[in-house]
Design a protein around this ligand. Structure first.
Ligand SMILES: Cc1cc2nc3c(=O)[nH]c(=O)nc-3n(C[C@H](O)[C@H](O)[C@H](O)COP(=O)(O)OP(=O)(O)OC[C@H]3O[C@@H](n4cnc5c(N)ncnc54)[C@H](O)[C@@H]3O)c2cc1C
Length: 379
């Protein structure tokens, strides 16, 4: 039996990136020495252009193609795939923003990998699910100047977790509540805006090469030019399929790599799990096809529960595939530096907790089922 074809994806599309990631996957997970290199390398390989219209300087294609590219990178390095997710998702925010001035100003540097895009929207996603309040507050600071009114705000607050806060320069998307009332906005906050402070990298157990840190804003002045949307809840519902679809790409790639890893065990070990591995591979193909068609057709805007179910199912496959790889790897997997088995265990542990977390989605689906149940019916 030959290894699954999935491993050939990035090697065919971007061979030097694939080799670089294979060489440095362990380093990207365990320390920050290469954290400045990831975004430029992803750009150089052309991955940031995928699914971006050619009229906007991209390479064309669909969001499904972008999901595939995240999956391909995740087969080699989950840390790099997470960075790609952050960067490509930020790019997607601009593509779906009504603020074309902001899009046109930031897109070229983001596509070129000169500027890192970070998405600090876990807080907003949790807010949308009524789990926590928004953690950033915008106060009106505008003044009339002649006949032209220039709206401006000062924002204060903190986000405890943001990935891709590249030290060389970043812009981060964050949702802010308006003191004056009305729907919250989402702003693009530049690393060098007044009052913006990036913490040191967080002391993570893995994914340490991802530039993950906390971000504090104190009286940071922003104008309408920095505003991605003036109606965060409505906009997030439309953008969530791409946000979550790209994130699910990470699960697809990791699960595929773990299943491929079961081929590295001896023939006896391989035979013992062959049936389970084949069933998981088939499940992955079905989930990937459902995911991409649902995102492409806009199904998940109207029916987010379908997307949540896919995310939960994919996390289950990631868990089962990682476990099969441990079983077939034997003691070799427990020795440092001999395989990526232990790293993939750490990577798999991240899948259930990244927002929207599995517990969050399970509660949301349960709440939806309760709402849909006719009154007086027992659970
Ligand atoms: C390495 C790393 C990188 C990250 N990068 C980013 C990033 O780039 N951008 C970003 O925005 N975030 C990022 N996060 C944050 C991440 O997506 C999750 O939001 C975060 O880990 C969960 O927040 P918490 O631990 O504070 O959860 P808590 O609020 O402490 O909650 C614990 C768990 O319970 C769930 N929960 C809480 N209340 C409820 C409820 N009422 N109903 C159902 N479930 C509930 C939460 O979703 C969570 O899973 C990152 C996290 C890590 C570990």
């Amino acid at each position: 039996m030959s290894a699954p074809a999935g491993l050939r994806g990035l090697a065919a599309r971007a061979p030097s990136l694939a080799t670089w990631l294979d060489t440095h996957a362990e380093t990207l997970d365990t320390d920050a020495t290469l954290c400045g290199d990831v975004v430029p390398r992803l750009a150089e390989a052309g991955l940031l252009h995928i699914g971006v219209p050619t009229t906007l300087g991209g390479g064309g294609g669909t969001i499904g193609d972008a999901i595939d590219s995240v999956a391909e990178v995740a087969e080699h390095s989950f840390a790099a795939a997470f960075v790609l997710w952050g960067q490509r998702t930020f790019i997607e925010y601009l593509l779906q923003s009504p603020n074309h001035g902001l899009r046109d100003r930031l897109l070229p540097a983001l596509l070129a990998g000169e500027l890192a895009g970070a998405t600090g929207l876990s807080n907003a996603m949790k807010y949308l699910s009524a789990i926590e309040p928004l953690q950033i507050r915008a106060t009106q600071a505008s003044a009339s100047s002649g006949a032209t009114r220039v709206p401006a705000w000062r924002v204060t607050g903190a986000l405890p977790w943001i990935t891709n806060l590249r030290k060389q320069g970043f812009v981060a998307a964050a949702a802010a509540d308006h003191e004056a009332g009305g729907p919250p906005s989402i702003f693009a906050i530049a690393h060098n805006a007044p009052g913006v402070t990036r913490s040191d990298d967080l002391d993570l157990i893995g994914l340490r090469g991802t530039n993950t840190a906390a971000l504090q804003m104190t009286d940071t002045p922003l104008t309408d030019d920095d505003r991605v949307t003036d109606n965060a809840p409505a906009w997030l519902v439309r953008v969530r399929p791409a946000f979550l679809g790209l994130q699910c790409g990470m699960s697809l790639g990791l699960a595929r790599r773990s299943l491929a890893g079961t081929y590295d065990g001896g023939p006896g070990a391989r035979a013992a799990v062959a049936e389970e591995a084949a069933a998981l591979a088939e499940q992955l193909d079905t989930l990937a096809a459902r995911l991409k068609s649902g995102v492409a057709q806009g199904e998940f805007v109207q029916a987010p529960a379908h997307l949540f179910e896919l995310r939960i199912a994919l996390a289950g496959v990631v868990h089962d595939a990682a476990s099969l790889e441990v079983q077939t790897g034997g003691g070799r997997g427990y020795l440092r530096g001999l395989s990526g088995v232990a790293r993939r265990q750490r990577e798999a542990a991240f899948v259930p907790i990244v927002t929207p977390s599995l517990v969050q989605l399970k509660n949301q689906l349960a709440a939806q089922r309760t709402q849909q149940r006719p009154t007086g019916t027992a659970p």
